[in-house]
Design a protein around this ligand. Structure first.
Ligand code: ADP
Ligand code: ASP
Ligand code: MG
Length: 244
């Protein structure tokens, strides 16, 4: 019986090649323990913001379908590069876009909701020993249109996958070492939580604590997925556990 771990790395955690290799350490650590590892990544650094800026050079009212085709692009770059980094280190890895999984959503472009994840292909790859790297933030609707889940939506991809795969744990790696009472980058007196309930975390996410996407917290509560928020950059980060 495979123990599946889902790990998600946000944009600042994968911002350049050195950082991609740093992310490999977290992945291979779990893989070396004998776990099956599914990784979700965001676009590198400011890629998504840059795409939106370029879009705005053309129009401020983009066609919604084409908007999603454009802004979903960044994650494709990250999954390919990360798979190559792992392969370079002697690990077998395979990348998947949302439609390749597939991660099926409604047609609410720009803010789509995941309706179903078919896990067959992922499980098949995991069984052969591969690390599976999945593009966050994107899916496909019933008409084969590419959709995106709303800014910060890779968190939601990770939780939805953890639930669908019945993962043992879902780790959200980011640039801070957990969830704080306030944004630690804005208030140095903010204090870190070791543990938080879904409801408290949801309240914070709704009030703009972007450390976790609000949809991801809602989904985690509904599916009872335990979330661990921790630092990509600190070796022994204990982080914050979000559960009931
Ligand atoms: P990622 O790219 O990994 O998804 P985000 O930038 O979306 O990361 O979220 C992490 C950021 O959230 C932190 O750098 C921090 O500035 C901000 N943040 C806002 N509120 C909080 C909070 N209450 N606790 C922790 N981080 C917070
Ligand atoms: N790349 C997307 C964004 O910038 C999704 C994410 O980072 O979670 O919003
Ligand atoms: Mg985020």
């Amino acid at each position: 019986i495979m123990e599946i771990i889902v790990q998600k790395f946000g944009g600042s955690s994968v911002a350049n090649t050195d950082k991609l290799f740093n992310v490999c350490k977290h992945i291979t650590k779990e893989k070396n323990k004998g776990n099956s590892v599914v990784v979700v990544v965001s676009a590198q650094g400011d890629t998504t913001d840059d795409l939106i800026k370029e879009e705005n050079e053309i129009t401020e009212k983009p066609n919604k379908r084409e908007h999603d085709v454009l802004v979903s692009v960044g994650e494709q770059i990250t999954i390919a590069k990360l798979a190559m980094c792992l392969q370079k280190q002697g690990y077998e890895a395979v990348s998947m876009l949302g439609w390749q999984v597939p991660i099926i959503t409604d047609s609410n472009f720009g803010d789509a909701n995941i309706t179903k994840i078919k896990t067959g292909k992922i499980l098949k790859e995991l069984k052969t020993g591969k690390i599976v790297i999945i593009a966050g933030f994107q899916g496909i609707d019933s008409n084969s249109n590419i959709t995106t889940l709303g800014r910060g939506g890779s968190d939601t991809t990770a939780i939805a996958l953890a639930s669908a795969l019945k993962a043992k744990k879902c780790e959200i790696f980011t640039d801070v070492d957990g969830v704080y009472s306030e944004d630690p980058n804005k208030n140095e007196n903010a204090t870190k939580f070791d543990k938080l309930t879904y409801d408290k975390m949801l309240e914070m996410a709704n009030n703009g604590a972007k450390v976790l996407h609000n949809k991801c917290v809602k989904l985690a509560k509904e599916k009872q997925v335990k979330i661990i928020v921790k630092s990509t950059f600190l070796e022994e980060s204990v982080g914050t556990v979000v559960e009931k």
